[in-house]
Design a protein around this ligand. Structure first.
Ligand code: ADP
Length: 458
């Protein structure tokens, strides 16, 4: 069986709902009419039955005998067009218009009602003469004899039902047209989204669907556009990263190959200095691979967070970095403005941020220079400042130094051996903690890095 698409589903539901509403209205109108008319006719009939009972009393009063009253009672039955049964006080049937039918089914041109119809509405009334009970009259109702409705009543009801049917048909047609129009309007943006999503699945990531109005579909279209833009940006970053990484790997590999081929072909002497050069490049390669691995880890979202004291992290990092360059005889000035600066996140990752920044500070510091490391709270955020007395960072380079593989001065980097990933790792970790990392451009006499992190209780 062919599957219904959403458009037809919406239409069918709307048409079904309209038809059901019309049927319900028709049913309730008919029901109310039936009830009201029946009630009205029953009341009318009860009044008439009272009058017939009075006539029965008059007839009996004439003769004082039920058997002598029989012809008059039969006439009354024919004239009032109802079934009459009389029982004496002992409960014996003394007159029954159904029995009297024999021989006089017609009287004054009317048929004598022979017996109460099925489900007859029978009224039972006592017959009193001078305060004495002389019998019980049972009167078969006109209501059921003729049916509840007169011809006019039935026609009135038929007219109403006809009007309801016409109105119903018109409403269903209108509902069908409206639902087709509405579902068409609903489906158009969905179709555009489906087409765009299919294209994205095929790898065409630069997709944009029109956003019309301010409803949920417009919101969905806007969200889709954002998602497509992010995906395409990520794809560009991925391509750039792959290109950057292969470029970074190629340089040391080319050098290593040059040395090995030179020594093999005896163009270069096979001596300790050349082997050392090969070893340096291998070392650089392995550092690069480790850094890349660390970067991937730093970019992963931070799921498990725990509170830690920023001061502990800083002391830990200082202990790790301090022994690295003993010959430089640096002066370390570590200052904590508060004993406890609680931050939520991963202490081990923040240690990594500090060691990267401290290692750079050590690397670029002059002989006997001073390192100033300060922790504190600024603008309701935890703050870490690491300042050195090195060459600093030119202000036009500041926006780029956190980019992957970016080095301010490549010739300087060759001597320092950096891969240009250290600050990128630091930035990713800080961002995953909801913080920021920047260079204090105002700082004179060296470089000053400022890390800010949200406080745990803010
Ligand atoms: P690298 O491994 O090359 O140091 P980083 O990402 O850590 O890579 O740093 C990127 C660049 O920023 C470095 O090449 C260097 O030029 C500059 N830089 C970082 N820290 C300092 C600093 N304390 N003083 C001067 N320049 C710095």
């Amino acid at each position: 069986m062919a599957r219904l698409n959403l458009r037809w589903k919406v239409s069918f539901h709307l048409i079904g709902l309209t038809a059901a509403t019309i049927l319900l209205v028709a049913w309730s109108i008919n029901y109310a009419l039936d009830r009201q008319f029946t009630q009205y006719l029953i009341t009318l009939d009860e009044q008439r039955s009272g009058m017939v009972a009075a006539a029965v009393e008059d007839i009996y009063r004439e003769t004082r005998s039920w058997s002598l009253s029989t012809p008059d009672l039969a006439r009354l039955s024919a004239m009032t067009n109802r079934w009459i049964q009389i029982m004496d006080p002992q409960g014996h049937v003394v007159f029954d218009s159904a029995v009297e039918r024999r021989g006089m089914t017609m009287m004054h041109g009317r048929r004598v009602p022979v017996q109460p119809p099925r489900d007859a509405y029978v009224v039972s009334l006592p017959i009193h003469i001078d305060g004495q009970l002389v019998g019980q009259a049972r009167l078969g109702s006109l209501v059921t004899e003729q049916g509840i409705f007169s011809q006019e009543d039935l026609e009135f009801r038929a007219t109403i039902n006809r009007s309801i049917s016409w109105a119903g048909a018109a409403a269903v047609i209108l509902a069908a047209l409206l639902s087709l129009f509405l579902s068409q309007r609903l489906m158009r943006p969905l179709q555009a989204l489906t087409t765009a999503a299919r294209r994205m699945a095929r790898g065409e990531l630069e997709q944009h669907v029109p956003v019309r109005g301010h409803d949920e579909l417009a919101y969905l279209a806007g969200t889709f556009n954002d998602m497509a833009a992010n995906l395409s940006q990520l794809e560009q970053l991925r391509r750039k990263a792959a290109a950057d990484i292969s470029h970074e790997l190629r340089t040391p590999l080319t050098t290593i190959r040059g040395y090995i081929e030179g020594m093999r072909d005896n163009v270069l002497p096979t001596n300790a200095a050349n082997w050392q050069a090969v070893e340096n490049d291998v070392e650089r390669l392995s550092r690069l691979v480790t850094d890349l691995q660390d970067l991937a880890q730093a970019e992963a979202p931070l799921w498990e967070k725990e509170p830690f004291n920023l001061n502990d992290v800083v002391y830990d990092a200082v202990e790790q970095v301090r022994p690295l360059e003993p010959t430089k005889e640096l002066r370390w000035k570590v200052k904590a403005e508060h004993d406890q600066i609680t931050v939520l996140g991963r202490a081990d990752r923040m240690v990594r941020v500090c060691t990267n920044l401290l290692a750079n500070a050590v690397k670029y510091s002059p002989q006997g220079g001073t390192l100033r490391i300060t922790t504190g709270v600024c603008e309701n955020q935890a703050e870490l400042r690491i300042a050195d007395e090195g060459p600093g960072i030119p202000s036009d380079q500041i926006p780029f130094i956190f980019e992957r593989f970016y080095r301010v001065d490549t010739s300087r980097t060759r001597t320092t051996g950096g891969s240009g990933i250290g600050l990128t790792i630091a930035k990713e970790i800080v961002h995953s903690h909801g913080g920021s990392i920047a260079v204090d451009a105002e700082y004179q006499g060296g470089a000053c890095f400022v890390v800010r992190l949200p406080l745990a209780d803010s």
